[in-house]
Each structure stands twice: as structure tokens, then as C-alpha cells.
Ligand binder design. Structure first.
Ligand code: UGA
Length: 448
């Protein structure tokens, strides 16, 4: 199928490359020239395992092209909208400027029978509004939320754990009868087209939910709100464990054995970040307030507050570990990305901790396997270095992104590099026994 993907960021670039891998003929469109040039040469503009290989394969075979020119989307019959919906500059709602701009720019290139598929995370009600703009061209609109996780994006796109299609229940409502019959009788339904796009996943028996626009939009934000709540729940338990002498990791293991609860997403630590969970719970809350149902999601404000408190706590623990003042002390910050296997620093708790310690006068040397260049652009005031440079003569170490190479550090060897063997494990990912045995003062979050 001829497919266009509008927006080639973390979501769109992976979607475009994965669609090409699945045998489609794909054009990715983005306004950012440098990004399009890199992608056209098969180079990934960000770190995502497995993506470079797919880009090279697609570009070399000719099934994957990139352009800054929207008219190159004219040949495609299915158009994915994969642009960002960041938090508004002056509010907590989602900024829909890119989605609206993408649809407006695409409109002149749409033809009867085309399908526009929204992938971006949007406030409920957006699809209904956009359908009214798209349908007069004879094209249809579907909403098909994306559940990919950064770091596993290729796998999650090619083999998703579920597919959700939000489709128009009464296609053409509001159109005149001729336009409506053209639309309704257009070659194939949105569901048929999406089933062809996702033939690989569908043939493997991937669960499929076909629903209306509102439900599809809500599924996405509800899923992220649930995940954020799960993390803040266990972080709230960590806060209680801290004042009672309990251990949140053992608590998580014990409640996680209950299949109704499950152990996943119950890792207490410095909290969640990234380009999705934080802004999605804020936008969802703002939308509920607009809908007069603010009280239904008021708890998400608490989820956000618990999450942000964890960053304060990590900084506090580091300062305590330094004897009450960070001033002029050398601190090794291990990790900058919001999670491992990513170079994404959007709303990263790790980067936030580094910046705050720097603000307290500490001599921070921050390190990360992939996220240093993004961090340097955002916070040029910070000093960055290799793991060895960060650890050398450090007065304290704080681990804030659980990259495998940090989890695998040998506590005895690291002890001989630092000035003072004290570590704050902001991800509760190290073995306290092993570190203590090597002479370290180990401090976890909510751990004994
Ligand atoms: C999240 C969702 O997991 C995806 O399903 C969704 O598609 C995506 O947002 C999106 O909306 O696009 P992602 O932001 O890539 O994916 O990252 P997650 O793996 O969900 O991690 C989010 C944050 O939670 C990270 O900072 C991570 O360190 C933190 N986390 C995760 C914890 O603090 N504890 C845990 O137990 C799990």
C-alpha cells in the first residue's frame, strides 16, 4: 500500500520505517530539513535500537523515502498523522498546532477513497472535529493510537500487543447526500484499509478493538494515565516505607505476585518522565476540566505531584550523603535520558536531578551512553564526561537512569575510583548487599 507518514519524530520515523519493512511503499514528510536529509540517507536522527537497520534497508530498496514537500504525499492512499502534541507553553493542555497544521497542509492533496489516520495523542473530541474537515474531500478519517515504548519502538510497531481503530460510526454526518453517498460507498471501509496496513499483526491474531473516535482517543490517554498512576502508587509506598523502615522493593515483589496487580511498572525510584506520561496526564486532566468532569481526574494531579516529589527526594538524599551541603562537592550523575535505551531527555528526572545539584553548587559531572549531546544543547552549563571521568574522585555517586552498564558496574572497582564510597540509587536497580559488602554506603529510595 502507498502510505504517507506526516511527522518524522520518535513516533513517525519508526512508523514509516516499520511500514516499509512490512512491505508498504512509504513516504515520510517532515518540515525539518536536517531531519529529512538524515533520514533520506538512512540515518536515524535519534537513538532507537533497531531503527538504523530498518532505515538503511528501506531507503536502499526504494520503499522508504522522505521529503519536506507535502505534495509528495499525493500518491499515497493512507496518510498517518504522527506529529507531536506537546504541553502548551502557558497551560497544562495539549498544543494541537502541529496536528491542525499537518491536516490543513494535507487537505489539498487528499482524494476520494483516501484514509487519514491519526496516531498522535490528542484530547478527546479532536478526531470528530478533524473528520468534519477531512470528509468533504471524499477521504475518511480513523484514529489509531500508538502504544509504542521508546527503546522498544520497532518491536512495538511491527508486533503490537493490540490494535485500536477508532472509526466514524455514522460516516458523512453533516455532509450533503451526494457527498455522503460518495464517502459511504468509497471503495473500502477504514477498517478494511487498516487491516491491510496491519496485515502482519492481524494475521498473527493480535487483539483488535474497533470502536468510535472518542473511545480510541481515550484508550490512549487512559493507558498512559494508568501506567503513571501505577508508578506513583509505588512511589507513594516508598515515601511511607522511608518513614517506617520498610522496603518498597520487597513490598512491590510481594504485591506483584497477585496477578490482578502484577509486578510490571512497580519500580519505585526517581519517577517517570519522557515526552508522553507527564504531558499526557496533564492534558487529560485539563480536558476533563473543560468537559466539566475535572473531579473525575483530580487524582492525576496527585499522581503528578508524587512523581515530582521523588526528584526532590533524590536531591535531598544526595545532599545528606554529602554531609548536608553539595557546595563544591564533586557528584557523579549516572544517567541523563528519561529511561535506558533512549537519548530522549524530555522531562527527564535524571537531567532534572543533575541540573538541581548543579544549582546547589555541586561540581556535577553527568554521563549517559546516548543522551549527552541532547543534554548539552539543553543545559550547556552542566559538565559532561565519560563514566570514568564522572566517577573519578567523586564525593558521591547518584544513579538516575538504569542503563545496563551502570547496573553492571563492579562496586569494588568503582570504590577505588571515587573519593567517598557513597551511592544514591535513584532507580533501586543495584544490589544493596553487594555494594555494601564492597564498602559502600548504599542509599535507595524507600529501601531499608
Ligand atoms: C509510554 C508508554 O509506556 C507507551 O505505551 C506509550 O505508547 C508511550 O508512553 C507514548 O505515549 O507514546 P515511554 O514514554 O516510551 O512509553 O516510556 P515508559 O517505558 O512507559 O516509561 C516512562 C517512564 O516511567 C520512564 O521515565 C521510566 O523510567 C518510568 N518508570 C517506568 C518508572 O519509574 N517505574 C516503572 O516501574 C516503570
Amino acid at each position: 500500500m502507498k502510505i504517507s507518514v506526516i511527522g518524522c519524530g520518535y513516533l513517525g520515523a519508526v512508523h514509516a520505517a516499520s511500514m516499509a519493512k512490512l512491505g508498504h511503499d512509504v513516504i515520510g514528510i517532515d518540515v525539518d530539513k536536517a531531519k529529512v536529509e538524515a533520514l533520506s540517507q538512512g540515518k536515524a536522527p535519534f537513538f532507537e535500537p533497531g531503527l538504523p537497520e530498518l532505515l538503511v534497508e528501506g531507503v536502499q530498496s526504494g520503499s522508504l523515502r522522505f521529503s519536506t514537500n507535502m505534495s509528495d504525499a499525493s500518491d499515497a492512499v493512507t496518510h498517518f498523522i504522527a506529529v507531536g502534541t506537546p504541553q502548551q507553553k502557558n497551560g497544562s493542555g495539549a498544543d494541537l498546532a502541529y496536528v491542525n497544521g499537518a491536516v490543513d497542509a494535507l487537505l489539498p492533496h487528499l482524494k476520494a477513497g483516501d484514509l487519514v489516520v491519526g496516531k498522535s495523542t490528542v484530547p478527546v473530541g479532536t478526531a470528530e472535529r478533524l473528520a468534519a474537515i477531512v470528509e468533504p474531500t471524499g477521504a475518511q478519517l480513523a484514529w489509531n493510537p500508538e502504544f509504542l515504548r521508546e527503546g522498544y519502538a520497532v518491536k512495538d510497531t511491527i508486533s503490537p500487543d493490540r490494535l485500536v481503530y477508532g472509526v466514524r460510526r455514522n460516516a458523512g454526518d453533516g455532509l450533503n447526500s451526494k457527498a455522503r453517498s460518495e464517502l459511504v460507498n468509497s471503495d473500502r471501509s477504514a477498517v478494511d484499509i487498516l487491516n491491510e496496513v496491519y496485515e502482519h499483526a492481524v494475521s498473527l491474531g493480535t487483539p483488535l478493538v474497533v470502536t468510535d473516535y472518542a473511545t480510541a482517543e481515550l484508550v490512549k490517554v487512559a493507558a498512559n494515565a494508568f501506567l503513571a498512576t501505577k508508578i506513583s502508587f509505588i512511589n507513594a509506598m516508598a515515601e511511607i516505607a522511608e518513614v517506617t523502615g520498610g522496603d518498597v522493593t520487597e513490598l512491590a515483589d510481594a504485591i506483584g505476585y497477585d496477578a490482578r496487580i502484577g509486578r510490571k511498572f512497580l519500580n519505585a525510584g526517581v519517577g517517570f518522565g519522557g515526552g508522553c506520561l507527564p504531558k499526557d496526564i496533564r492534558a487529560f486532566t485539563a480536558r476533563a476540566e473543560e468537559l466539566g468532569r475535572g473531579e473525575s481526574l483530580a487524582f492525576l494531579k496527585e499522581v503528578d505531584a508524587i512523581n515530582l516529589r521523588r526528584r526532590d527526594r533524590v536531591v535531598e538524599l544526595v545532599v545528606d550523603a554529602l554531609g548536608g551541603s553539595a557546595y563544591q562537592k564533586k557528584v557523579a550523575v549516572l544517567g541523563l535520558a528519561f529511561k535506558p535505551n533512549s537519548d530522549d531527555i524530555r522531562d527527564s528526572p535524571a537531567l532534572d536531578v543533575a541540573v538541581r545539584l548543579h544549582g546547589l553548587g555541586a561540581r556535577v559531572i553527568a554521563t549517559d551512553p546516548e543522551a549527552i549531546s541532547n543534554s548539552r544543547l539543553r543545559h550547556p552549563q552542566l559538565a559532561f564526561g565519560s563514566t570514568v571521568e564522572a566517577l573519578a574522585d567523586a564525593d558521591a555517586v547518584v544513579l538516575v537512569t538504569e542503563w545496563t552498564e551502570y547496573k553492571d558496574l563492579d562496586p569494588a572497582r568503582v570504590a577505588s575510583a571515587v573519593r567517598s564510597p557513597v551511592i544514591v540509587d535513584g532507580r533501586n536497580c543495584l544490589d544493596p548487599g553487594a555494594w555494601r559488602a564492597a564498602g559502600w554506603r548504599y542509599i535507595g529510595l524507600g529501601r531499608r
